[in-house]
Design a protein around this ligand. Structure first.
Ligand SMILES: [Zn+2]
Length: 194
């Protein structure tokens, strides 16, 4: 049981490293997203229709949205090479060209604690449609959640260090009572010492 607990603690310490990086990335992106809007867009064109598929990642006002847009139109631009764009817009926009116009028809919207899932679309016929699926996450919430593991790891590390220092100078590792007069057992907390 002790051994299993040790393995779990080591795994938690290892997981704390990427979690800390995620925490810092989410926090800094969140701070930046109140000054500017970043839009990453990857576009590919559908060969047999005048259609295209766009994958975009948008950070704006503390929110990160990943969206897949699929559209097809008679008035499309035809087939082009796939493209990748990264635009940074100064200031914070309310909306941008990659956002879907909202349909009056069927759409799905789920929103919990700033996390949201939206499926939306306009469909008229097989050659004329517009569909989007997006997932949005609140960056400050992501930063706080990702900060839990590193904070707990830091707390464990401080505890281990405190117990080691206490043992080195002859204090009880558990409660800090001076054990120089009573080595072997702490009279304060009852801890048996090796
Ligand atoms: Zn003690």
């Amino acid at each position: 049981m002790r051994r299993r607990r040790r393995i779990v603690l080591v795994l938690l310490d290892v997981a704390a490293v990427p979690s800390l990086l995620l925490c810092l990335a989410a926090a800094s992106l969140s701070a930046a997203s109140y000054r500017r809007t970043d839009v990453l867009v990857w576009t590919s064109y559908v060969a047999d229709h005048f259609g295209k598929v766009q994958l975009s990642v948008i950070s704006r006002r503390g929110h990160l949205k990943v969206e897949r847009l699929e559209m097809c139109s008679f008035y499309g631009t035809g087939i082009q090479a796939p493209s990748f764009e990264w635009n940074t817009l100064r200031g914070v926009t309310e909306s941008h060209a990659g956002d879907a116009p909202r349909s009056q028809g069927s759409s799905t919207r789920l929103s919990v604690a700033g996390f949201d899932f939206v499926r939306d679309g306009i469909y008229t016929d097989p050659d004329n449609y517009y569909r989007t699926v997006s997932l949005g996450v609140p960056l400050p919430v992501v930063a706080v959640l990702a900060g839990v593991l590193p904070a707990a790891a830091l707390r464990r590390w401080c505890g281990r260090r405190r117990r080691r220092v206490r043992a080195e100078i002859g204090l009880c590792p558990a409660c800090g009572y001076d054990l120089r007069a009573t080595p072997g057992r702490c009279p304060e907390c009852g801890r048996i010492l090796p």
